[in-house]
Design a protein around this ligand. Structure first.
Ligand code: ADP
Ligand code: MG
Length: 723
C-alpha cells in the first residue's frame, strides 16, 4: 500500500497568494495549469516534454555555423538602438574566438539594461550570415556570472499555453516530481525485465542526461518510455477486469421467453425465415437475457444483415417476461422507421408501442409519457436524447441502442448511468455514483434493485485488437451472413468530370421504375456550404430529369418536412432523393438501386460503407457510384479503391484501421478521454500482451497493488473505460 493511495495533494499557490481564506484568487499561470488538467503533483509528473533543448554545452563563437543552432557565451562590447528599415536593438557579443551580432526587432528597455556593455551573456539560437557578419535574430538570452555552471540535463520544452511560461512550468514540474507519489506499487517481479522504475523513468524523461539518444525519446522506444506505456496498459487492463467483476455482482431481471409466447408468435408472422446467423445471435442474446445479471452485449452485423428483427425478437422476450423495452436510434428518421416496423410486427400481437422524439410535442407527447410511466406502453422507440432525458419507465428491463458506433464513450457512459437510475428500486443517480476509483455500482449489489439489460447494435465492427483493449467488458455477437437473395452492390469510382454520364444512368434507372439516392457531403466547417451544394444538385437533377420527382433532404429541415419527403420516397412516389448524410444510417428502401455519392473522397470509409448499404437491399442488382474531385491524394485513392474492391464491412474496417491507425479509427467522439495517453496499440502490442497476461494474476494475488495502480493511472477516467 504505497503512497499512490494517499489523497491527491494540490499544488501550493505561489508565495504571496495566501492559502488560508477561500476563495483564493489564483495567479494566471496557476489557472492556466488547471485548464491543462495539471492539478496534482502526479499530473505534473506525467506531463511529459514535447521536445528538449540542449543547453548543456557551450561552443566558441568562432565555431558557429550558419543555419545551425548553438549556444555561446561572451561579453557585450556594444549595445545600441538603430533605425534601419525599422527600429531595432543591436548587441555585439565577443569571446576569445570571435564576435556575434544579436538582433532584436521587438524589445523593452529592460532588454537594453540586461544586455548593457560589459554584461556576460549566455545566448542560444540559430546562427546566420548577416550583412555585418554572423548574427542571431531573437536568440534566447540569459545573463550569467563568469563560470556559472551549465545545466546537467537537457532542457525540457512542455506542451503549454500562452499564460503559462515554460520557466514556470519547468519549476513546477521539478518540485512536483520531488513530491509526487511515485513509489513502486507493484511487486518487484511485475514489470518486464530491463525497465527502469517509474520514478527513474519519469526523472529521465523530464531531465535526460547529456548523451541520451534523443531519437529513442522521440519515437518512444527508450526503456523509460516503455515503462510508462506498460504501466498505463496494465492499469487499463486491470480496470477492465474490475469492471467485469463489478458487473458480475449486479442483478438484472431474468427475462426468459415462454414457449408459445410473444417471441414465438412474432417469429410466426415474419415475412421471412431468419438466417442461420440471425438464429445464432438471437439465441446468444436470449441466453444473456435469461440470466439474472445485466447483459452488456454488442450485436455487430454488416449493413443490411438484419439486426432490426433481432432487436425486435429480443424486445419480445423482455415484454413477454413483463418488462419494458426501450429502442434508441440516433436520428428521428431512423427512429420513425423502426417505430413503423415494430408497430407492424407487434401491434397485431396486442403490444402498445410508444414513439418519442424531440419534435413530438404537446398533448400526444404527454399521453405517451404517461403510457410509458404506467407500463401500458411496453415498447418505447425514440431518439437517444429523448429517451435518456425525458422518460420515466415503469419497469425498464432491456435497452437497445441502434447504430452504437455513432456514440462516443461519454454518451455511452451517460446512458449506463441513466439506465441505472431507471432501474426499479434505484436511488437518485448522484447518490449512487462517485467520480473516482472503485466500482460504485457494487454498493447496490446486495440491495434489491435491478439493472436493465443493454444491447448495442452496430454495423461498424470493432477490430479484434481494439475490442480486447477498449471494450473488454463487452460481449460480442456477430451476424456474419446476409439474408439470401441479395445481389452484391457493384461499386464504381469516377472523376467528377463524368457527371453527365452518371445523370444518364439515373435516367435509365428511373425509366425502369427504380429509385435513386444522390448523397452530398457534409462539409463540417460550414453547414451553409453543405446546403448550397445539396440545393444546387437538387436543382440540377430536377432540370435534367423532367419526368421524375426529385426530392431534397437535409439536416436543417423541420422534422415534419423531413418525414414528408422520406415517406414520399419510401412509398415510391419520389424517384430521386438528393440528401446530405442524414440518410446515412438505417434507411430501408429496397427498390432503390443506384446511389451516387458526390465528393466521395471527403467521407470516411465506415461512412461510405453505411451509405452504400442503403442500396442492394432487395433482389435488384444495385450500383454505387463514387464521384471524386481531382486531384486525389494517395490516401484518398487507397480508400476509394478499398471501397470498390470489397463490400465486406469487416474487411473495410480492417483497411480503415490500416490506413488511419487506431487513434483516428476510434475518432475523437469514440475515444473521449479514454484513449491511452502514452501507449500506442499499433506499436506496443508486446507490452499489451504482457499487461494482459499479468493483470488477472495481479488482481488475484495483489488486489491492493492492483487498485493502487488503477487509481494512479486512471483516476477519473476509469469510468470512461468501462462505459
Ligand atoms: P441492418 O442490419 O442494416 O439494420 P435491417 O434490419 O434494416 O438491416 O434489415 C435489412 C433488410 O433485410 C430489411 O428490409 C429486413 O426486413 C430484411 N431482412 C432481415 N432479415 C431477413 C431475412 N432473414 N431474410 C430476408 N430479409 C431479411
Ligand atoms: Mg439498422
Amino acid at each position: 500500500m504505497a503512497d499512490a493511495a494517499a489523497p491527491a495533494r494540490r499544488l501550493k499557490p505561489p508565495v504571496g497568494e495566501g492559502v488560508a481564506a477561500a476563495p483564493v484568487k489564483l495567479s494566471a499561470p496557476v489557472q492556466a495549469m488547471r485548464r491543462l488538467g495539471l492539478l496534482r503533483d502526479i499530473d505534473l509528473a506525467l506531463h511529459l516534454p514535447l521536445r528538449y533543448e540542449d543547453e548543456t554545452r557551450l561552443q566558441p563563437i568562432g565555431t558557429l555555423r550558419d543555419g545551425e543552432a548553438g549556444q555561446v557565451e561572451g561579453l557585450v562590447v556594444d549595445c545600441r538602438v538603430e533605425q534601419r528599415s525599422r527600429r531595432q536593438l543591436l548587441v555585439r557579443l565577443q569571446d576569445d574566438s570571435g564576435e556575434l551580432l544579436l538582433r532584436f526587432l521587438h524589445f523593452y528597455p529592460s532588454n537594453q539594461k540586461q544586455m548593457a556593455v560589459g554584461q556576460r551573456l549566455r545566448v542560444r539560437g540559430e546562427a546566420r550570415a548577416g550583412f555585418f557578419g554572423r548574427e542571431m535574430v531573437h536568440p534566447v538570452v540569459k545573463g550569467v556570472a563568469e563560470g556559472a555552471p551549465l545545466p546537467a540535463a537537457l532542457t525540457p520544452v512542455y506542451p503549454s499555453s500562452a499564460q503559462l511560461p515554460q520557466a514556470y512550468l519547468r519549476k513546477a514540474v521539478v518540485s512536483a516530481l520531488g513530491r509526487a507519489p511515485l513509489a513502486e506499487v507493484l511487486p518487484p517481479d511485475a514489470p518486464p525485465a530491463g525497465m527502469p522504475s517509474l520514478r527513474e523513468a519519469l526523472q529521465l524523461l523530464h531531465h535526460p542526461p547529456p548523451g541520451t539518444p534523443l531519437a529513442a525519446l522521440e519515437d518512444r522506444s527508450h526503456p523509460a518510455w516503455q515503462r510508462l506505456k506498460w504501466e498505463e496498459l496494465l492499469a487499463q487492463q486491470l480496470s477492465q477486469l474490475q469492471a467485469q467483476a463489478g458487473r458480475a455482482r449486479l442483478r438484472a431481471p431474468a427475462l426468459a421467453p415462454r414457449a408459445g409466447g410473444l417471441r414465438d408468435r412474432l417469429l410466426g408472422v415474419l415475412p421471412f425465415a431468419l438466417t442461420a446467423a440471425q438464429r445464432r445471435v438471437v439465441a446468444e442474446i436470449a441466453a444473456d437475457l435469461a440470466r439474472a445479471q445485466p447483459m452488456n452485449r454488442l450485436l455487430q452485423g454488416d449493413v443490411g444483415s438484419g439486426k432490426t428483427v433481432v432487436a425486435a425478437l429480443s424486445a419480445a422476450a423482455a415484454i413477454d417476461a413483463g418488462w419494458q423495452c426501450a429502442l434508441m436510434a440516433p436520428t428521428e428518421i431512423l427512429a420513425e422507421q423502426h417505430f413503423r416496423k415494430l408497430v407492424d410486427w407487434l401491434q397485431p400481437q396486442g403490444i402498445t408501442v410508444a414513439w418519442l422524439t424531440g419534435s413530438r410535442k404537446g398533448k400526444g407527447r404527454t399521453q405517451m409519457l404517461a403510457q410509458v410511466a404506467s407500463g401500458e406502453a411496453m415498447l418505447v422507440v425514440g431518439t437517444h436524447a429523448v429517451i435518456q432525458h425525458d422518460v420515466a419507465f415503469h419497469r425498464l428491463g432491456l435497452a437497445i441502442v441502434d447504430e452504437q458506433h455513432r456514440f462516443g464513450v461519454a454518451q455511452r457512459l451517460a446512458l449506463r448511468q441513466k439506465l441505472e437510475a431507471q432501474a426499479p428500486g434505484a436511488g437518485p443517480p448522484q447518490a449512487r455514483h462517485t467520480p473516482l476509483g472503485g466500482d460504485p455500482r457494487e454498493r447496490g449489489a446486495g440491495g434489491s434493485h435491478f439493472e436493465p439489460h443493454l444491447l448495442m447494435m452496430s454495423a461498424t465492427p470493432i477490430p479484434r485488437t481494439l475490442a480486447m483493449t477498449y471494450f473488454a467488458d463487452l460481449d460480442v455477437s456477430t451476424i456474419d451472413e446476409l439474408p439470401p437473395g441479395r445481389t452484391p452492390v457493384l461499386t464504381k469510382v469516377f472523376a467528377d468530370t463524368r457527371r453527365s454520364d452518371v445523370v444518364q444512368r439515373i435516367r435509365e434507372e428511373v425509366a425502369r421504375g427504380r429509385q435513386v439516392y444522390w448523397v452530398c457531403p457534409l462539409v463540417e466547417e460550414s453547414e451553409h456550404l453543405d446546403l448550397q451544394n445539396a440545393t444546387a444538385t437538387h436543382a440540377e437533377l430536377g432540370a435534367a430529369l423532367p419526368g421524375a420527382m426529385v426530392g431534397l433532404l437535409h439536416g436543417r429541415m423541420p422534422a415534419a418536412e423531413k418525414a414528408a419527403v422520406m415517406s414520399l420516397f419510401t412509398q415510391g412516389q419520389m424517384q430521386v432523393l438528393v440528401a446530405t448524410t442524414v440518410i446515412e444510417v438505417g434507411v430501408d428502401v429496397p427498390n432503390a438501386s443506384l446511389m451516387v455519392i458526390e465528393h466521395a473522397e471527403r467521407f470516411g470509409l465506415a461512412q461510405l460503407h453505411q451509405l452504400r448499404g442503403r442500396v442492394g437491399r432487395g433482389a435488384v442488382a444495385s450500383v454505387c457510384v463514387l464521384l471524386y474531385t481531382t486531384p486525389l491524394s494517395d490516401t484518398g485513392k487507397a480508400r476509394l479503391k478499398a471501397m470498390a474492391e470489397t463490400t465486406d464491412g469487416f474487411e473495410i474496417a480492417r483497411r480503415d484501421l490500416d490506413i488511419r491507425g487506431p487513434g483516428e479509427f476510434l475518432g475523437a467522439r469514440q475515444s473521449g478521454d479514454a484513449l491511452l495517453r502514452f501507449a500506442d496499440l499499433a506499436k506496443d502490442d508486446q507490452l499489451l500482451q504482457h499487461a494482459r497476461a499479468l493483470a488477472p494474476r495481479l488482481l488475484a494475488g495483489h488486489p491492493a497493488a492492483a487498485q493502487a495502480q488503477v487509481e494512479r493511472w486512471l483516476a477519473g477516467r476509469s469510468e470512461f473505460l468501462k462505459a
